[in-house]
Design a protein around this ligand. Structure first.
Ligand SMILES: Cc1cc2nc3c(=O)[nH]c(=O)nc-3n(C[C@H](O)[C@H](O)[C@H](O)COP(=O)(O)OP(=O)(O)OC[C@H]3O[C@@H](n4cnc5c(N)ncnc54)[C@H](O)[C@@H]3O)c2cc1C
Length: 417
């Protein structure tokens, strides 16, 4: 996918590129990765995170394709692999919990339904923070209330009342980015997929075993139960609805809504709904993709979900955050002129993002069928795909596609020139 990146690069100027300061808004995945590489390229990163401490909630995320190469270049491959959730694979189950189709973690070259790098978001965010914190100023419990591009610098006023100047500002503040709203006041670029999802942790039960279990109920409802590496179980409830605005409700109302929507879903849903009411890490989101014609304006740009969220349906959100942060840091590192850095960043990332955001036609219907007949048909289809011969064939295809995804520019070499 990133084969375009294999062309040779040169540094725009050998003048001092250091002493520049960059404000990164958001300490999720993209923020700390960007901070780490900016420091490596001699730029001074400051990260501001709205929450009072690192936001380590969230369920399992995965890292795929070129994202894995960024993980290696950041030096966190082994520590991430120590923390993976160690699920054996994904089983599609019926209302009695009987397996209809099963995919092991090694199927599709380790990058199938359950990848071989599945890690709790909180553990990943913590690793990235630890790897970047020694060379980054982290500010917690604050956020920009205004961002004024003055031409030769950016003046940022924080909610705390502090005012500081930076050479550049990067919004890494997630799908509902406030940086994006301050920067581009026009209409929201979020394209909703008419689906809602909720994540929360419930007590482990013997039936959870070591496999993720995926259950579909009619009317586009999905219950996904995944054992984690901490002795608990991560539950995901997803439902289809064209009604807008549930993400704006307060958490108690969202929980009430889920109780109603999933009341007659079957399988182990009563247990999940019971766990929902007692969970303290409940997260609810309208699933959408962020699509923008341009990610940058003046001295400000966006990275990760803020600029190009691909949605959990794509399975590429965290990977895009890694790759985008790596390329943006490299381009800032090698260009003194931010206009050129942002131009190159967009030119390199845009095709990758476009491809990642392209959902396989009908994938939402396949993932969440509306009727019992649709569910039965989908399960029969996937039970065919799960046959070892078919999986092996598809694995070969997946491996050859993955190989093209790992060619990233080597900015260390560029900057040493
Ligand atoms: C709490 C949470 C839970 C999640 N759980 C899952 C999950 O279970 N599965 C999944 O696939 N994806 C999940 N995601 C999304 C996933 O982390 C991202 O799709 C992906 O990793 C890209 O990361 P990102 O750094 O671009 O954005 P994010 O990971 O969303 O990080 C954005 C960061 O910016 C901070 N922030 C937001 N607004 C401001 C502001 N105005 N000023 C300063 N800081 C701000 C947020 O608190 C957050 O720390 C979750 C995201 C969050 C925030």
């Amino acid at each position: 996918m990133l084969s375009v990146l294999s062309r040779s690069f040169s540094r725009s100027s050998k003048n001092s590129l250091g002493n520049r300061s960059v404000l990164i808004v958001g300490a999720g995945v993209a923020g700390p990765v960007l901070a780490y590489f900016l420091h490596r390229y001699g730029v001074h990163p400051v990260v501001v995170e709205r929450t009072p401490q690192l936001r380590t909630t969230g369920q399992t995320v995965d890292v795929r394709g070129a994202g894995r190469e960024v993980v290696r270049r950041m030096g966190v491959n082994s520590v991430i692999r120590e923390k993976i959730t160690r699920e054996d694979g994904l089983a599609l189950v019926d209302s009695a919990g009987r397996t209809q189709a099963a995919f092991g973690v090694k199927d599709f070259g380790g990058q199938g339904f359950i990848a071989d790098i599945e890690i709790l978001r909180g553990e990943l965010v913590n690793i990235l923070y630890e790897q970047s914190r020694n060379h980054t100023q982290y500010i917690f419990g604050d956020h920009p209330s205004s961002i004024n591009d003055q031409g030769d610098h950016v003046q940022v006023t924080f909610a705390s009342g502090n005012i500081r100047d930076f050479d550049l500002v990067i919004g890494a503040d997630g799908i509902r980015s406030k940086t994006r709203r301050l920067l581009f006041s026009d209409k929201s670029p979020i394209h909703y997929l008419n689906m809602y999802t909720a994540y929360f942790t419930i007590p482990y039960s013997q039936s959870d075993g070591t496999w993720a279990r995926w259950y579909n109920a009619p009317k586009g409802r999905t219950v996904l139960i995944r054992p984690d590496n901490q002795g608990t179980t991560r539950a995901f409830l997803t439902f289809r609805s064209s009604q807008r605005g549930y993400e704006e409700l307060d958490p108690d109302m969202q929980k009430e809504l889920l109780q109603k929507v999933f009341a007659d879903a079957g399988f182990e849903t009563p247990r999940v709904l019971n766990g929902l009411m007692n969970s303290n890490d409940f997260y609810f989101e309208a699933i959408g993709q962020v699509k923008m014609d341009q990610w940058s304006r003046g001295r400000v740009t966006l990275v990760g979900d803020a600029g190009y969220c691909a949605s959990p349906v794509s399975g590429m959100g965290t990977t895009l955050a890694f790759v985008g942060a790596y390329i943006l840091a490299g381009e800032i590192g090698r260009h003194h002129d931010h206009t050129e850095a942002f131009r190159q960043y967009e030119a390199l990332m845009r095709p990758y993002v476009t491809k990642a955001q392209k959902l396989i036609p009908g994938s939402i219907h396949v993932a969440s069928p509306q009727t019992s007949t649709g569910i039965a048909f989908r399960n029969a289809l996937l039970s065919f795909v799960a046959r070892p011969a078919v999986t092996r064939l598809l694995t070969k295809l997946t491996e050859s596609k993955t190989a093209e995804k790992v060619t990233l520019p080597d900015y260390e070499i560029v900057l040493a020139q």
